[in-house]
Design a protein around this ligand. Structure first.
Ligand code: CS2
Length: 503
């Protein structure tokens, strides 16, 4: 049964047969989907990829390409397959901008497969020479990395399981390694691996992770991957919250038909890609993507300024009981906190970003964050802090110290994350902490009670978040403990006011 459909069973359902009957304002594929063959296998079917790379690719298909359709693969649950297959893998993208909505039915996803019961079919697909690119959006934790160093976490349970049973992998490094091995065995050139997650140097990092996993499995295979598989780096950007039931209802009304899993997003989108695709690629640059030799400056700007500000707003807001990013931007102090974060800590940490004024970029971020049409929950962004803080903010703090400067707001964000781990906001309401280390973090928070120093010390001891250097840095440690103590005793509002008043 399809649990995502809330309205009557007799309602019309989105699908190929219905596209011509959709209201005129709804954009839909004008190309013949049946004439399109797959060229991309995409792993990780959260909302983001369906608002981003699938849309760029839909635009390429609109321009006449025929061999760059996408087959989606999900490793988590059959829910997305159950939602999309009955509607011919079509879905609606609702782009919202403070009351101005545009709707588009996206046609680039041709099929959806799930690893739990279609492993064989998935490997057949990945070996097929038609598939020339494997794209990924599996979130930071999906790569089984040690977050502080970005290298493979060799003790990760999923990695140990896949090393013990490498032909039936469940982890992303295990899956990619086995697919590349099978492809090589079949005499096919390796596909390009395009990582579309928010990691610093995402392609290079995932190449190191996958080739390390492969080396542990078979030295020669590891070397083959390192030398022969292209992992271009990318910067991806589009704010895309998880779909809510209210969004399904809005879309159903606008379409006059049910869509079990639409995606809501902002109008803005950006994609910067290193142009290293040995087996070719769609003409993404003709539909707005920027192809470059070096993504690094763009990626640092986005990861730090957008995602770092998001995390800062998220931890402070969850603790303060503020539900969405646009509500946080209406707070008297939070916008000034991220302005200070950008001006004092992040902009000075960035290299020159070609063709971009970073100051203007942060002004645009303020407008994007204020968009009330996109209900981006602060609790959603607060997830996986152990994975997100290192690339978004801790790396910048390290660089500032190395340059003889001191971070100003980053220690406050870290303190807010530590306070957040209590699982209770300032109104006394409980919330859930989603993190691969959730259990360990909750135990530490419970044991530390209301002792800020003990809490900070116990969390600083987690090396795969903080490394060895930051906990040993007296300035960093003292600043974090000071903010944490204020947050715990005075609350967020007073802490922020005092912090902003002292310059
Ligand atoms: C957010 C990102 O959830 C989060 O951690 O910071 O998903 C953010 O919305 C995207 O990276 C925007 O491109």
């Amino acid at each position: 049964m399809d649990t995502h459909l809330k309205n009557t069973a007799s309602a019309k359902r989105l699908g190929n047969a219905l596209t011509s009957a959709l209201p005129a304002a709804v954009q839909r594929p004008s190309y013949d989907r049946k004439a399109v063959s797959p060229g991309i296998a995409h792993i990780g079917l959260g909302a983001f990829c369906r608002a981003h790379l699938a849309v760029y690719t839909d635009d390429v298909l609109e321009n006449g390409a025929k061999d760059w359709g996408i087959v989606g693969i999900d490793t988590m649950s059959p829910a997305i397959r159950d939602a999309l297959k009955p509607q011919d893998c079509l879905y609606t993208l609702l782009a919202r901008n403070d009351g101005k909505d545009t709707l588009r039915v996206v046609g680039s996803m041709l099929d959806v497969m799930i690893t739990s019961d279609q492993r064989r079919e998935i490997f057949d697909l990945l070996v097929d020479p038609k598939i020339r690119i494997v794209t990924l959006t599996v979130t930071e934790k999906g790569y089984c990395q040690d977050a502080a160093t970005g290298s493979l976490d060799e003790k990760h349970p999923a990695i140990l399981a896949d090393l013990a049973n490498p032909t039936v992998p469940n982890s992303i490094p295990g899956l990619l390694t086995e697919a590349i091995r099978l492809r090589r065995q079949a005499g096919q050139q390796p596909f390009t691996v395009l990582v579309c997650d928010n990691l610093a140097q995402n392609g290079a990092k995932v190449r190191d992770i996958v080739s390390r996993f492969a080396t542990l499995r078979d030295m020669e295979l590891g070397q083959f991957i390192r030398e022969n598989v292209s992992f271009p780096c990318t910067m991806v950007d589009r704010i895309t919250p998880a779909t809510q039931d209210a969004d399904r209802a809005t879309v159903a009304t606008a379409l006059g038909a049910e869509d079990a899993w639409p995606v809501v997003t902002e109008p803005f989108r950006q994609w910067v890609i290193e142009d290293r695709f040995p087996l070719g690629r769609p003409d993404w640059e003709k539909v707005g993507a920027i192809m470059v030799d070096d993504v690094h400056p763009f990626e640092m700007m986005k990861l730090r300024c957008l995602n770092g500000a998001h995390s800062t707003l998220a931890y402070l807001s969850v603790v303060a009981g503020i539900e969405t990013i646009s509500d946080a931007m209406a707070d008297p102090d939070l916008p000034n906190i991220i302005r200070k974060l950008w001006d004092k800590d992040l902009i000075p940490s960035l290299p020159i970003v070609p063709g971009t004024n970073v100051e203007d970029y942060t002004r645009e971020l303020e407008t994007r964050f204020q968009n009330r049409g996109v209900r981006h929950l602060t609790l959603q962004i607060s997830s996986d802090g152990s994975q997100k803080l290192p690339p978004r903010l801790l790396e910048a703090a390290r660089e500032l110290y190395a340059a003889g400067k001191t971070p100003d707001v980053i220690p406050l964000t870290v303190a807010a994350w530590m306070r957040f781990l209590s699982g209770k906001n300032e109104q006394g309401q409980d919330y859930k902490i989603a993190d691969p280390h959730a259990e360990r973090l909750a135990t530490i928070a419970a044991n530390a009670g209301d002792d800020p120093r003990l809490l900070a010390d116990s969390l600083f001891a987690i090396r795969d978040i903080f490394g060895d250097d930051l906990p040993a840095n007296e300035h960093f440690r003292t600043a974090v403990v000071g903010h944490l103590s204020n947050l715990m005793t005075q609350g967020t509002a007073k802490t922020l006011k005092t912090f902003l008043a002292t310059d």
